[in-house]
Design a protein around this ligand. Structure first.
Ligand code: FAD
Ligand code: NAD
Length: 468
């Protein structure tokens, strides 16, 4: 029987990062993945393919709607070749997942393909295809088995027309009318892909705003932008039934007044969150305790109640984000090596890759109000930037929340072109506990979108933005 210092179960951005860090720290490491390709949800059916389709559809929308204004004329009609678009996406996925295999080889990590399940706290059975199985011994195990799409109890996901994000990444036709249940990250990103490609898109959201966990100002501005793109929204609607009839999908919901509203489309994307995934792991055999919503219970050191078993990423509490999973992978490995790493969860940025992009870090205005913190707000609109006018991406703003007394930056919320990348400046500043004045005195290259951060910081410091 092969024996390891560490076995990592699951090869997503949590698991593969944990495996690399364990190997770097000198541990003999095994990585167990049930699917033939490595990379988990993120690389195979999550972050990477969704961004590939967002980019392709963005190019198409630019060509159709904006090229002419830029003085670019394309003779003849511009058409979408969906098959080719999906094939390009798959090419990006394949290249990226192969990259993880390369990294495993480079770091001398033994990769096992098969379903990992605990026999006891130090032995893991790996069930391979064709009924074969193998058991390995592991002094320590890091569980990184991720998550799966959630649904509603009355919905029958047929995966053809009533679909999750996984199917939405490989449709064979552009929907005529895509009904999206859930105005969160997945619903809006994938809804926007098909909106750009020509589908009618209706987002049905239970709460009274989209992206409800983010600062309310971002919800409002994103909805405004997406409405300009002709997406439709039904907020405060409680979906009560989803029925497929031939090529039609009929979604019924109750609105705020309790009236029944019927939506008829040809596809329905169910995007109401994700659940931790532990099926087949047999955690009971190792004595590992769970907590609410099927997650593995861990302490602040990502350790379960069984001292040699750790858990990270989507399968434990916290934001379901690839970079959060990766940070936890590093942390678990370093703890096993006797180090004392730390993650500041307040500084894990959140990004929605729609256009305009939405990005945030730290506390929202709603959270500060609820906590009774005295704060000040500095906000600067993208449209006042020369760079934004040059590229005609003028929607959005940067909003900085700073402590009223100390001027320390407590939250940065932005929506606009390239915000997914701009948010890194805010994370850096907050990691070093910058004040709004610190940011306002840093030189920002002109003309760039980053100038909106400087201007918002000036506005927060002393209401003295320069360009508005
Ligand atoms: P996963 O990536 O889910 O990996 C878990 C792995 O474990 C899987 O490969 C699974 O097959 C394997 N596994 C499970 N059980 C077993 C077992 N018993 N034995 C062996 N293997 C097992 N996050 C972002 O930060 N940015 C984004 O832009 C983004 N976009 C997304 C878009 C979509 C459409 C979706 C669905 C998600 C997106 N996410 C994004 C979320 C991100 O994908 C997850 O937060 C991330 O993948 C979690 O990583 P993980 O390592 O915890 O788990
Ligand atoms: P989400 O939690 O972001 O959004 C789910 C939405 O569905 C919420 O707005 C919620 O109010 C709504 N909802 C719940 N029940 C409903 C009902 N019965 N009727 C109508 N609406 C309902 O979840 P998601 O969009 O499915 O994404 C899942 C996870 O994947 C998220 O945690 C997210 O962090 C991650 N993800 C991240 C990115 C990114 O980082 N860009 C992209 C995609 C997914």
């Amino acid at each position: 029987m092969s024996s390891y210092d560490v076995a990592v179960i699951g090869s997503g951005p949590g698991g593969y990062v944990a495996a690399i860090r364990c190997a770097q720290l000198g541990m003999k490491t095994a990585l167990i993945e049930k699917y033939p390709t490595l990379g988990g949800t993120c690389l195979n059916v999550g972050c990477i393919p969704s961004k590939a389709l967002l980019d392709s559809s963005h190019h198409y929308e630019d060509a159709v709607k904006h090229f002419e204004e830029h003085g670019i004329e394309i003779p003849g009609a511009i058409k979408v070749n969906l098959e080719k678009m999906i094939a390009r996406k798959q090419g990006v996925v394949d290249m990226t997942t192969k990259g993880i295999q390369f990294l495993m080889d480079k770091n001398k990590i033994d990769v096992f393909e098969g379903l990992g399940s605990f026999k006891d706290a130090t032995h893991i059975n790996i069930k391979k295809s064709k009924g074969k199985s193998e058991t390995i011994e592991a002094k320590n195990t890091i569980v990184a088995t991720g998550s799966k799409p959630a649904t509603l109890p009355f919905i029958k996901l047929d995966k053809e027309r009533v679909i999750t994000s996984t199917e939405a990444l490989k449709l064979k036709e552009i929907p005529k009318h895509l009904i999206v249940i859930g105005g969160g990250v997945i619903g809006l990103e994938l809804g926007q892909v098909y909106k750009r490609l020509g589908a009618e898109v209706t987002v049905v959201e239970y709460l009274d705003r989209i992206i409800p966990t983010m600062d309310a100002a971002l919800s409002k501005e994103l909805m405004k932008s997406m409405k300009k793109q002709k997406a439709k929204f039904a907020l405060s609607h409680k979906v009560k039934s989803v029925v497929r009839k031939g090529k039609q999908v009929i979604v019924k919901a109750d609105n705020k007044k309790g009236e029944e509203v019927v939506f008829t489309g040809d596809y329905c994307l169910v995007a109401v969150g994700r659940n931790a995934y532990t099926d087949g792991l047999n955690l009971e055999a190792a004595g590992v305790q769970m907590e609410e919503r099927g997650r593995v219970a861990v302490n602040d050191h990502l350790q379960t109640n069984v001292s040699n078993i750790y858990a990270i990423g989507d399968v434990v509490k916290g934001a379901m984000l690839a970079h959060k999973a990766g940070e936890e992978g590093t942390m678990a490995a370093e703890i096993l090596a006797g180090q004392k790493p730390h993650i500041d969860y307040n500084l894990i940025p959140g990004v929605v890759y729609t256009w305009p992009e939405v990005a945030a870090v730290g506390k929202t205005e709603e959270e500060l109000k609820e906590a009774g913190v005295e704060y000040k707000v500095g906000q600067f609109p993208m449209r006042a930037l020369g760079r934004a006018r040059a590229s005609m991406d003028i929607d959005g703003f940067v909003k900085i929340l700073a402590d009223k007394n100390t001027d320390e930056v407590l939250g940065v919320h932005m929506i606009g072109a390239r915000c997914a990348d701009l948010i890194a400046e805010a994370v850096t500043a907050m990691e070093f506990r910058a004040s709004a004045e610190d940011i306002s005195r840093m030189s920002h290259a002109h003309p760039t979108y980053s100038e909106a951060i400087k201007e918002a910081a000036l506005a927060a410091t002393a209401d003295r933005a320069l360009h508005i």
